[in-house]
Design a protein around this ligand. Structure first.
Ligand SMILES: [Zn+2]
Length: 314
């Protein structure tokens, strides 16, 4: 397999879709909504990846479906897999086992047909304890990246960070590990700035300056809503651009699905059609967005539509 940096130079790379929401729909991931209000930014909002050890066959099957849909990268399901987040969900002692198992499962299905990326996301400490917690974040993120590297991931996807400051911490940890990293911020409640007040262009510059091999956005918005912010990033930097939108309809007042009343138990009512992902694939190709995939709400059918859109644009 070619490296991610080589692939990004050659053509548009097709990633995969959202694992946690899809596996929650299949009954294998806990949304936490039965116990607490999810999506306020304060609750633990479970959505943790213990499925890797508790129901590995379900995870294997979803990897297989994304691969069949055309994904050239499979993300190990290590999202929300820091010891910090896992501890709050009751799985702290299994941190190493979950991260290692998730990588091994993705590798088993990818074989030599796809690259395996380790997914690293925010710890939720900044929402919970403020910016003073960044040193703690650093320890947790560094630990997870070490586990992912030991398990043999090809590269990292740093995703769904709300604070640019925590993303910088993660990029520093990635750089220390020697693994290439794609870095994507998530914007809420609006696409105009991230939670610690930086515009998409500023985020792109900082992530690029910190050595990300591609920069962009993921989650929270559907493709149409995300495109303007990704364009702003593209105009600000010279590195490849990545976009992994969600498949849920947002509103002019609130550009994020996790603050819609439908999150998390009525998401079907705001699901966008896979057609929007086909159109997104065509546009991405035309506009030079070089890494595309989907986030929450993107089942394999959406990735297949995205693949069709990319192919149609050639
Ligand atoms: Zn998402």
């Amino acid at each position: 397999m070619k490296s991610i940096t080589t692939l990004l130079k050659e053509r548009t790379v097709l990633g995969d879709g959202g694992y946690l929401i899809e596996l929650e729909r299949r009954g294998c991931v806990d949304s936490g909504s039965g116990r607490e209000k999810v999506g306020t930014g304060k609750g633990s909002g479970q959505f943790t990846p213990e499925v890797a050890i508790e129901n590995p066959d379900a995870l294997r099957e979803l990897h297989r479906e994304f691969l069949r849909a055309g994904s050239q990268v499979l993300q190990a399901l290590t999202f929300f897999g820091t010891r910090e987040k896992l501890s709050r969900a009751g799985y702290g002692a299994d941190t190493e086992r979950i991260n290692t198992a998730a990588v091994k499962l993705a590798q088993e299905i990818a074989g030599d047909r796809a690259l395996v990326a380790g997914s690293v996301s925010r710890t939720q400490l900044t929402e919970r304890e403020g910016m003073g917690s960044l040193d703690k974040s650093r320890d947790h993120i560094a630990e997870q990246i070490r586990l992912l590297k030991d398990a043999g991931v090809d590269f990292l996807i740093l995703e769904t960070f709300f604070h640019l400051a925590e993303m910088q911490v993660a990029l520093k940890c990635a750089s220390d590990s020697g693994l290439p990293a794609i870095a994507t911020m998530s914007f809420r409640p609006l696409i105009t700035q991230c939670t610690d007040g930086h515009t998409p262009a500023e985020c792109a510059k900082v992530m690029s300056d910190h050595g990300a091999v591609a920069v962009g956005a993921n989650c929270e918005q559907e493709p149409k809503r995300m495109l303007p912010l990704v364009r702003e990033m593209r105009a600000a930097v010279n590195v490849p651009i990545a976009a992994q939108p969600a498949a849920f309809r947002t509103t002019d007042d609130c550009h994020c699905f996790t603050r819609q009343p439908a999150f998390p138990d009525d998401l079907e009512t705001i699901q966008v059609s896979r057609r929007e992902f086909e159109a997104f694939g065509r546009l991405a190709k035309k506009e030079g967005i070089t890494y595309v995939g989907g986030c929450c709400g993107c089942s394999p059918a959406y990735i297949r539509a995205l693949a069709n859109g990319l192919a149609a644009a050639q």
